[in-house]
Structure formats: C-alpha cells, structure tokens
Design a protein around this ligand. Sequence first.
Ligand SMILES: [Zn+2]
Length: 502
Amino acid sequence: MGSFYVTTPIYYVNAEPHLGHAYTTIVGDALTRWHRLLGDDVTYLTGTDEHGLKIRQAADAAGTTPQEFCDRIAPAFQRAWERLDIANDDFIRTTEPRHHAAVRELLQRCYDAGDIELDTYSGKYCVACEEYYTDDELLDDGLCPIHKRPVDHFEEENYFFRLSRFQDRLLDWYAAHPGAIVPEFRANEALGLIRGGLRDFSVSRTSLDWGIPLPWDSDHVAYVWFDALTNYLSAVGFGDPAQDHTQRWPVDYHLIGKDIIRHHCVYWPAMLMSAGVELPKGWAVGGWLLVDGEKMAKSTGNVVNPLDLVDTVGVDGFRYYVLADTTYGSDGDFSYDGLVARYNADLANNLGNLMARVATVVAKKCDGVGPAPRADSPLADAAAAAVAGATTGWDAVSPSRALEATWGLIRATNAHLEANEPWKADPGAEVDAVMGDALEALRIIAVLTHPAVPGTAAQIWERLGMTGALDDQRIPDAVSWGGYPGGTDIVKGDPLFPRIAS
Ligand SMILES: [Zn+2]
C-alpha cells in the first residue's frame, strides 16, 4: 500500500484521438485499476499538449486562435476517455495556469544552475517532429526518419539545455537503478542513446508566439519538449508554493511509446537532475500498434478511430483486445479480423459462455440459488495460479501476461464444468458442489478481470449477488478462495458478449 502515480504522454491536439492514443491510455487505466485493487492511493494522469508550431499552423488553417482551437479539440480526448471507461484522476492541459507556473519554475531552476545558455542554431528541422536532425539521422534522400517528408533549414538564436554535460551522470544513475525502464530491451535502447553521445538541445523559440515565455527573457517561448514533459510535475503541484509535489512525486511509471524514449529517458531525467528534482521511479515503454505494418499517422491515412470499434465489440471488447493481443513493449498489429477473432474466442466463447452456463445450470438444478463453494475444490489451485500470474504480469506492466493468467482460470472453470457435466446430472449434493466451485471461480474472475473489462466484471459481480462495489474490493482478501458465501440469487441476464459473425 502506498501512493502510485502513473502518466500517459500528453496527446497533441492537432488531431482527434486515434487508436495509438487509446492503446496507451487503456494500458495505464488497467494498470492503475489493478493498483487501486491493491489499496494503493492512485493518481492516474493524462492530458493534452497544446503549444507549438503545429497547433499554431492548425489553428491558422482552421481560421481560429490557437486557444480556441485547443478548446475545441481537448474535450474530444476527454469524451473519448469517458467512452473507453478510463478512470483518470486528472486531465492536464498545457494551456492551464498551473502548467505555466511549473514550466517557469523548472526553466528558472535549470537556468540558475547554469545549464541553459543562449546560442545560435542552424540545422535541418522537421516541423512535424518539432526536432532538429543531423544529416546522418535523416534518411538517405534527406527525409525525416519518422515522417518520411522533407525537412526545413532553420537558423535562429535559441536557449540551449546543456544535455552534453549529463552523459556520465545519466549513465551512473541508470546503473544504480536497474529495472527503471521496462521492458529491458527498451532500457538498452535508452542507454544506447546516452552512450552514443548527447547533444545540447534547444529549449526556446523566438519565431513562435504560441507557448510559455521564458521567465528571464520574454522574447523566447519554451520549446515544445521542455514545455510538454513538465506536465508530469505540473499536475502534482510543482511550481505552486501552496502545494507539496513530493506527496505524489516521483512518478511510479511514465507510460510512453518507443518513439519518445529519447525525450523521456534522456532529456527529462537530465532536466530534473539540473533542477534538483528527484528522477522518476520508472518508465514503461510500449511499442506501436501498427495498422497493416505501418505506424498509424494522419499523413498515411490509416488512422483508426477507436470509437468506431467500440460500436462493434463494445467498450470492454475493445479494451480487452488491445491489452491482451499485444505484448507491451513490442509492436502490435491491429486488424479488424484479429479483433473479432479474439472477441469471439476469449470473450464470447470463454468468459461470456462461462457466466451463461453457470447461471443456466444454477437456475435449472439449484432453484436459481447459488450453492457455497467447497474449501478443497479442485479449482482452488487454478485460482491461486491465476492470482499469482496476474500479480506478476501487472507488476511487470505486462497486461497480456496478467490476462493470460486470468484467462487460465476461466478456461479451467469451463473445463471443470465440461468434465462434470452438471447439466446432465440430477439435482443434489454433487451438482451443488460443482456449481459452488464454479460460482466462486467466477467471483474471483470478476475481481481479476476488473482492470481490463471493468463494466463486464461489475456485471458478473452483480449477477452473482455479491454485495458491495467491485472496485471497493481489495486484493489479496478478495481473491482468496472461499469468498462466495452461497445462498444468493444468480441472475442469468443477457449474453455478456454476443457472438459477432466474422
Ligand atoms: Zn518528422
């Protein structure tokens, strides 16, 4: 039990929320729901990145002010997360006063430490990345390696953060904090970037007015990364004399995509070192959800709107798919056929079918009243194994492993029913024993599936006649064998997951 603080990247409001945003946000939601079950005091933060050249350009194109443009798009993210049952505790927008205060405070501290200095920069710049590139970083034809589009030549006077001074300190820190970045192969990528040599990076622009002015030189506004990264501190009161950010900080996990390792695992800890702020406890780096093998992007036209998929498979069908189908850290390949196949196999045929057959047999053979489970049930070991596997999986920020372990109990319970065929037997002690075991397994399944499919888990909990809210349950008590008391009315209800024709 303790505090548990998790963040998603803040999402750039130059486009509507897409599958990639939804993926990371659902992973964070499931992880933090698990930690709430553990009794941790959870803060789950997401939000929107609202400054920078792209927003200025998008606003100009839409014939509106940047603030009006952001005010129009940011709620689309908030609505999407409500629709996807995301239980974030806070939603930060970088145009908020609390964020401006935090950015000014962090900049001033780094400036006072002597790590921010004025210099002239000229180089190749990708507007979409908001990043300078050296020639050897560009593709052979001179295109941006991320966007595969031409870069511009920029020259301007900027303030620079002296990242080059932090190589040894960063390497020492990571050596002293093994396992801070998961999965391990992503940690190796970050260390490779640091060992490869660090270049100072620009923290300001004079060519742009849509941003936060530097506290010591208002001709410059803060460059997008210095601005954006600081949101993780703004939300916990950094820069506000009335608040103590160390109540929540350091963060337990920054959830990030593999494309922003450099900014989160190299720039950010160096900025914090300079400012005298404690470093994060962890980073969990996810891969991309590819669509037909390509990163989803507005420019490639393969953007999948997650809310369209919810109309087909339901909120929980979609959440389960993105959590179970991709090993967090690696790339996943999204396909509609894969979504429907997994929905039918794991949700309709396994979880949904288990609830339906248990309720049907209890109605027919037990007068609709659930018998109590046996203390020495053959399913008790399967339940203990599922709990252990789920715990290991969530601890490692590996939702797919946690859910594989959880589904192990669902499969074991279905197998237990098929082996005993209570639907063929006469009512009596034997049927009662088998059904009591299955009901207890379903009760534990409701708790274990709550992080991934909260709406469905709550329905199972209710249909079993359990009292109290499911999200008030606490692990380990709530997943110890024998918690189903027996004697409740079991409700069949509609199918949890109607099969989808594929
Ligand atoms: Zn680019």
